[in-house]
Structures are given as structure tokens and as C-alpha cells.
Design a protein around this ligand. Structure first.
Ligand code: AMP
Ligand code: MN
Ligand code: MN
Length: 326
């Protein structure tokens, strides 16, 4: 029963459903990254070419460094009022539909397609195309585009290559498989501009962001024989540097990259909640740790949201990481 419930749909099943539906809302997760956006935009562009109506929903603004993505200007919090009742809502890069945020109007399960690569995806859709071995949600979308015989033009290629470069940390993380590199080569040949993606996403930091990184590094603490490194960002640090939440996106990786560190945590205590980013060198499963505290993600990269004081959050994450073998 459970096994049956968690069966991933085949490419053919998903594509048959895509062909049946007249209209689509591509839904990306709160605080969007290059994977959730690139995957939805690539599929949306392909569906528009088939004459379908497509809207892109995100409750947050597109981050500054992702505005170069084709069709990014159409991402919004609004859903066109004249979309038909059998519109398919395509959720990309989230283990549960709640990650779309509270501004998404209620959607019937029958109208939900879930495309994802997270461990522990709850299979919340009527159809669930969930492939944890894929390095990004965008590469799962690529399987569907092949099934649809979509011509991969420079726009689609740029979107998919962005998903790969985002989720592999520009080809540095352990999910950088030979297949991911081969597909990246194919996407460059199809017109994806790797230099532009590198510059826009990784080579374009604001000075205020670098000043904030300095503050995070100053606040860095080590525990458990140097195997655990953590730091935090709070409202005061943002106000003093002039940086904002978007600027913190990659910073946890700096903590993880310190010599001897197995697990890093960055506690983002602003906007009335504490969002915790966890990263692992591969020994400790931080997805399992995040899941114990109501979050999720991958073995080496996960996150969760907490309420209460920063000290309480630090203590709770510490205890949970120890329980996961830190
Ligand atoms: P981040 O540290 O925000 O880059 O997130 C790392 C990974 O954890 C991503 O795969 C996210 O989808 C996942 N993640 C982050 N925050 C949450 C959350 N509150 N609930 C579930 N998954 C999360
Ligand atoms: Mn994501
Ligand atoms: Mn992803």
C-alpha cells in the first residue's frame, strides 16, 4: 500500500497528463532558488510552445541574481482569474506543497503535479514525478522534455543549466554526476550561456553582502572537536551592513568549507522566524536532522524553520545533529 502510494509516475504518464491539460500554473517554493525557478520556467516555455496557457506563481519576488532567467519577468503572486478549473498546478523542487507558501490559493490534489528530487517527498500530488537521484529538479524536467520531444532552444537550455549549476554548487557538490556533466555539455551546445549563469549567480555579489559575510565569519563558532561550525544572521547585522535575506543564500557553504568541519549551520534569525540552513560533508545526514525538526532537504543540504529564541534554536539543532551521529 505505502509502496504503491509512493510510486513515482513514469515520463509517459506525466507527458500524457501535460498534453491533456489546457492551462498550467508553475509553482515554485518560497525564497526561490535557481532550481525551483529554472525547472518551472523551462517546462513553462516548452508548454507555451505547444499552445498551452502558462502562469508562474511565486509568493516572493524573484531574487536579483535570477532575474536574467528567460520568462522570470512573468513570475508573480497573481494567478490569472480566467484560468479554467482543470488547470494543472505543477509544483517543482519541494517535498511538500506547503513550501509554496500561504499565498497560493487552495488547489485540489487532483490538479497537482509534483516534480522533485528531494529525499522524503510526501508524494502530495495526483501525479508525482520524484527522482531523488537527479541532481536538480530541472534535470527531472529534462526527462519530461525528452519524452515530449521538445526542441531544446537557448532559453530552455539556460533554465536547465541554471538548475544544475545551482544545485551542484557550480559543479562542486557530490551530486555532480557524469550524467550531470554530460547534460551540461549538451545544454551549452544548445545555446545555454554558462558564463552568464556563472557571472549572474556566483560572480555578482553586492559589497554589502560581502560585509555581512564578514560579520557571519566573525560570529563563527566551533563545537564537537571542530566537527561542527555554526553562525547566525540577525536583524541588527542586516541593518548594520545594509544587506538583506537574499544576500545570505550561499553563505553557509563558507562555514562547511572550513578544515575539519563535518556539519555547518547558519541560523537566519530575522523577519520574525529562524530559518536554519544545514550542510554536511557527507558523514552526517542533515536531511534526517532537519526532518526531526519539521524541515527537509537532501543528505548533504537541508533546512528548517523555527520559532523562539536564537539560543533555543541553536540548542535544539545541536541536540538533533548529535542524535544523527555528529
Ligand atoms: P537552503 O539551506 O535554504 O539552501 O535549503 C537547503 C535544502 O533544504 C533545500 O533543498 C531546501 O528545499 C530544503 N529546505 C530548506 N528549508 C526548508 C524547510 N523549512 N522545510 C523543508 N525543506 C527545507
Ligand atoms: Mn530549491
Ligand atoms: Mn533542488
Amino acid at each position: 500500500m505505502i509502496e504503491n502510494e509512493l510510486r513515482s509516475a513514469t515520463e509517459a504518464e506525466v507527458v500524457a497528463e501535460l498534453r491533456r491539460r489546457p492551462a498550467f500554473v508553475m509553482v515554485s517554493h518560497v525564497k526561490p532558488d535557481g532550481d525551483t525557478l529554472g525547472a518551472g520556467l523551462a517546462l513553462g516555455i516548452a508548454l507555451k510552445r505547444l499552445g498551452k496557457r502558462v502562469a508562474y506563481f511565486n509568493q516572493d519576488p524573484v531574487p536579483r541574481n535570477l532575474r536574467f532567467l528567460p520568462d522570470a519577468e512573468f513570475v508573480s503572486r497573481e494567478i490569472p482569474s480566467d484560468f479554467p478549473p482543470d488547470t494543472l498546478y505543477v509544483f517543482g523542487d519541494m517535498s511538500d506543497h506547503a513550501r509554496a507558501g500561504e499565498f497560493l490559493p487552495k488547489v485540489d490534489r487532483a490538479n497537482m503535479l509534483d516534480i522533485d528530487h528531494h529525499l522524503g517527498n510526501s508524494h502530495f500530488g495526483a501525479l508525482n514525478f520524484v527522482i531523488p537521484s537527479e541532481c536538480s529538479t530541472g534535470t527531472a524536467v529534462m526527462r519530461l522534455l525528452r519524452e515530449m520531444k521538445t526542441r531544446i532552444d537557448p532559453k530552455i537550455a539556460t533554465c536547465i543549466l541554471t538548475t544544475i549549476m545551482t544545485d551542484t554548487g557550480a559543479f562542486m557538490h557530490s551530486n555532480t554526476s557524469p550524467g550531470a556533466l554530460e547534460l551540461s555539455a549538451e545544454l551549452m551546445r544548445a545555446g545555454a550561456d554558462k558564463e552568464q549563469i556563472t557571472e549572474e549567480i556566483f560572480g555578482n555579489k553586492r559589497v554589502v553582502a560581502t560585509r555581512l559575510l564578514g560579520r557571519i565569519i566573525d560570529a563563527m563558532q566551533f563545537a564537537h572537536d571542530g566537527k561542527y561550525c555554526y553562525s547566525h544572521v540577525d536583524d541588527a547585522m542586516l541593518a548594520q551592513t545594509g544587506a538583506d535575506g537574499e544576500d545570505t543564500e550561499d553563505m553557509v557553504n563558507v562555514l562547511r568549507a572550513q578544515e575539519g568541519v563535518d556539519v555547518a549551520a547558519l541560523f537566519k534569525a530575522y523577519e520574525g522566524e529562524i530559518r536554519v540552513s544545514l550542510r554536511s560533508s557527507g558523514r552526517v545526514n542533515v536531511q534526517a536532522a532537519a526532518a526531526r525538526l519539521g524541515g527537509g532537504g537532501h543528505f548533504r543540504a537541508s533546512g528548517l524553520t523555527m520559532h523562539g529564541s536564537l539560543d533555543e534554536a541553536i540548542a535544539a539543532v545541536d541536540a538533533t545533529l548529535l542524535a544523527e551521529g555528529l
